[in-house]
Design a protein around this ligand. Structure first.
Ligand SMILES: NC(=O)c1ccc[n+]([C@@H]2O[C@H](COP(=O)([O-])OP(=O)(O)OC[C@H]3O[C@@H](n4cnc5c(N)ncnc54)[C@H](OP(=O)(O)O)[C@@H]3O)[C@@H](O)[C@H]2O)c1
Length: 356
C-alpha cells in the first residue's frame, strides 16, 4: 500500500505530449504542483497550452529541461517528488533507424529515469506509460490465447527490430522497468498499457503522436476509397489521463493495467464519424478487400507487409479490461464521443488539406 501526499510535487516526463498533456491538466485541476520535464522549455509553442491550463487551475507548473538520452537530466525535476509519471517515449512508426530512433530512447530513457528514482529518496511510486504494444504485436495473437483475449499476463514475444520495432521498443522498455523495480524496495511500479489512444489533443500543433496521424488520414481523403479493417483497441485520451491519476493515488494499485475502452477496428472507427461529418469530409465507408491489400499494400506503405496484413486485417481484436475497471474504478466513455471530439479538434485546428 503506497500513500502519495498530494502536497508534494509530481513529476511528469514528456509533459508536452498528447497523452501527458491531459494528465498534467488532471493533476493541475486537482491542485497539485507539476514538475514538467520537457526537452526544450524555451520552445513556447510546445508549452503554451500547459501554461494556459495552469493559469486557470488550482495547481502550478514548473518546467525542467530533460532528455531521455541525457543521463541524470531528470534529477532536478524529480527532487522532492513522491510520485513519478514516466510517459516520454518516441511514439511513431515512421523511423529510419529503429535502434537509434525507438529502442535507445525508450529503453535507455526508462533506465535513466529509474536510476534517478533510485537516487531520489522521496520517490515512492513510479507509473510508466507502457502500451498494449508490450502485450502483442499482431491482433491474431489474441485468438491463440486461452480465453481468446489479451490480458495483463501476456507479454509481446513476437516484435523485433525488423518487425514492428515500436512494439519492440515498448516491450523492452517495460521489461527493463520491471527488472529494475524488482531490484530495489524503495518505490513500487505500476504500468498503464493503453491501446490506440484517441480523443481531442490539447495542443495538436505540438504533438507528433501517431494517434492523430490515423485520424488525419481518415479525414483528408487518403482513405476515401476504403480503410483496411484492422482489428485494434481504442481508448479516449481523457480516460487514459484518469487511469494514470488513479494508478498514482490508489494505494493498492499494482502491476500492469490494460487501458482500453473498446475492442474495435479501423472501419468501425471511420463509420463512427459518418453521421456527424460524413457529408462534409471524404471519410471511408467500406473496408478495403484483404486480397487487394495483399497485392498493393507492400508497395504503398512499407509497414503494410504481407505478414502484417495476414495477421491484422479482418482479424477481431479482443482484450480484457476488467482489472482497471475493478481495481481503479475507470469507466470508459463511448467510442463515438472520442472519435467525434478528436475529429472536431482537427477541424478546428485546420488539419485537413482536402475536403470532400
Ligand atoms: N498515442 C497512443 O496511441 C499510445 C498508445 C499506447 C501507449 N502510448 C504511449 O504514451 C506515451 C505518450 O505518447 P503520445 O501518444 O502522447 O505521443 P507524443 O505526443 O509524441 O508524446 C511523446 C512525448 O515523448 C517525448 N520524447 C520523445 N523522445 C524524447 C527524448 N529523447 N527525450 C525526452 N522526451 C522525449 C516527446 O517530447 P517532445 O515534445 O520534445 O517531442 C513527447 O512529449 C508514449 O510512451 C507512448 O508509447 C501512446
Amino acid at each position: 500500500m503506497t500513500q502519495i501526499d498530494k502536497t508534494k510535487p509530481v513529476l511528469v516526463t514528456g509533459a508536452t505530449g498528447y497523452v501527458a498533456s491531459w494528465l498534467v491538466k488532471k493533476l493541475l485541476d486537482e491542485g497539485i504542483t507539476v514538475h514538467a520535464a520537457v526537452r526544450d522549455p524555451n520552445k513556447k509553442e510546445k508549452v503554451v497550452h500547459l501554461d494556459a491550463i495552469a493559469a486557470k487551475s488550482k495547481g502550478s507548473i514548473k518546467y525542467f529541461k530533460s532528455d531521455l538520452l541525457d543521463k541524470g537530466s531528470y534529477a532536478e525535476a524529480m527532487k522532492g517528488c513522491e510520485l513519478v509519471y514516466h510517459t516520454a517515449s518516441p511514439f511513431t512508426t515512421d523511423v529510419e533507424d529503429p535502434q537509434k530512433d525507438l529502442i535507445d530512447p525508450a529503453v535507455k530513457g526508462t533506465e535513466n529515469v529509474l536510476e534517478t528514482a533510485n537516487q531520489t529518496p522521496s520517490v515512492k511510486r513510479v507509473i510508466i506509460t507502457s502500451s498494449c504494444a508490450a502485450i502483442y504485436t499482431d491482433t491474431i495473437e489474441c485468438h491463440r490465447l486461452p480465453g481468446g483475449k489479451f490480458t495483463e499476463e501476456v507479454w509481446n514475444t513476437t516484435a523485433s527490430l525488423d518487425y514492428q520495432p515500436y512494439s519492440y521498443s515498448k516491450t523492452l522498455a517495460e521489461r527493463r522497468a520491471w527488472e529494475m523495480a524488482r531490484a530495489q524496495q524503495q518505490w513500487d511500479l505500476v504500468t498503464i498499457n493503453p491501446s490506440l489512444v484517441m480523443g481531442p489533443p490539447l495542443n495538436p500543433q505540438a504533438s507528433s503522436s501517431d494517434s492523430l496521424n490515423v485520424l488525419k488520414q481518415l479525414g483528408d481523403g487518403t482513405l476515401k476509397f476504403g480503410v483496411p479493417k484492422m482489428g485494434n483497441g481504442l481508448v479516449d485520451v481523457r480516460d487514459v489521463a484518469e487511469a494514470h491519476f488513479a494508478a498514482g493515488f490508489t494505494p493498492g494499485a499494482h502491476g500492469r493495467y490494460i487501458t482500453s475502452g473498446h475492442n474495435t477496428n479501423f472501419l468501425e472507427m471511420a463509420l463512427a464519424l459518418q453521421p456527424k461529418f460524413g457529408k462534409e469530409y471524404p471519410l471511408p465507408k467500406r473496408a478495403l478487400p484483404k486480397w487487394l491489400l495483399m497485392l498493393v499494400g507492400p508497395m504503398v506503405n512499407k509497414l503494410l507487409t504481407r505478414r502484417f496484413i495476414k495477421n491484422n486485417i479482418n482479424v477481431e481484436w479482443r482484450a480484457d479490461n476488467s482489472k482497471i475497471k475493478k481495481e481503479l474504478g475507470i469507466n470508459f466513455r463511448p467510442m463515438k464521443e472520442s472519435m467525434e471530439d478528436a475529429f472536431q479538434a482537427m477541424i478546428d485546428n485546420n488539419v485537413f488539406r482536402e475536403k470532400g
